[in-house]
Design a protein around this ligand. Structure first.
Ligand code: 2AM
Length: 199
């Protein structure tokens, strides 16, 4: 008998206010563009795609994810792109987020160390809005950039039925709060009773 498996991926999941903005952007774009538009409740940013995974591997994945150290970050999705080969329309950030890239990289390293064969293609931050898109009109653009405040990453499962794909969040790991003093004032210091404290 086949072992029970789940089709799993790590992702960033938008908070409800962000999802509403993403869905609104999608709505504006989708008029007159023939494509399979992703259901708003399914919109996410994939960090690492694992494929079919045996149920018993979940504990190992959770233990790996728990060890990842990353921080909250913000991402400004301000570009709409058409990727010809996979035929997808996606949102991307012009400004790269080193924290996000490190998070995706740490997950890929952790997963490869656990024996998962990930895609060899380099990972690029993107949020897929539509698949099977034949083209993107030159004038298609994002009316307003979307600010994504990321405070967690998730493990999600994908299932398919006659109505299409459904993505379900199985588990979530919070990102730690950035320390503004350290982030913005690397050399900030104060003197207290002649003692120099480096913060
Ligand atoms: P993408 O749309 O962000 O590129 C869940 O299925 C997610 O995993 C999809 O949103 C897709 O990410 C990614 N995915 C699905 N099938 C994949 C595959 N065969 N290889 C790599 N990523 C895949």
């Amino acid at each position: 008998m086949d072992k029970p498996t789940q089709r799993l991926f790590f992702a960033l999941w938008p908070e409800e206010s962000c999802r509403i903005e993403l869905a609104a952007a999608q709505c504006l774009l989708q008029a007159n563009i023939p494509a399979h538009w992703i259901k708003p409740e399914n919109l996410h940013m994939t960090l690492a795609f694992l494929g079919d995974v045996e149920a018993k591997a979940r504990d190992g994945l959770a233990a790996m994810a728990k060890k990842i150290q990353s921080q909250n970050f913000e991402l400004l999705l301000d570009r709409v792109e058409y990727w010809r080969k996979p035929q997808v329309i996606c949102l991307t950030p012009t400004a790269h987020s080193p924290i996000l890239e490190q998070l995706a990289n740490d997950l890929a390293t952790g997963l490869r160390n656990e024996g998962y064969a990930l895609e060899k293609r380099p990972w690029h931050a993107h949020l897929t809005l539509a698949r099977r898109a034949a083209y993107l009109p030159a004038e298609a653009r994002l009316e307003n950039p979307i600010l994504w405040k990321s405070t967690a990453f998730v493990l999600a499962a994908s299932t398919r039925d006659a109505l299409g794909s459904t993505y379900t969040v199985l588990e979530s790991w919070p990102l730690s709060q950035a320390n503004p003093l350290r982030a913005d004032n690397q050399n900030f210091s104060i003197t207290v009773e002649n003692t120099l404290l480096k913060l």
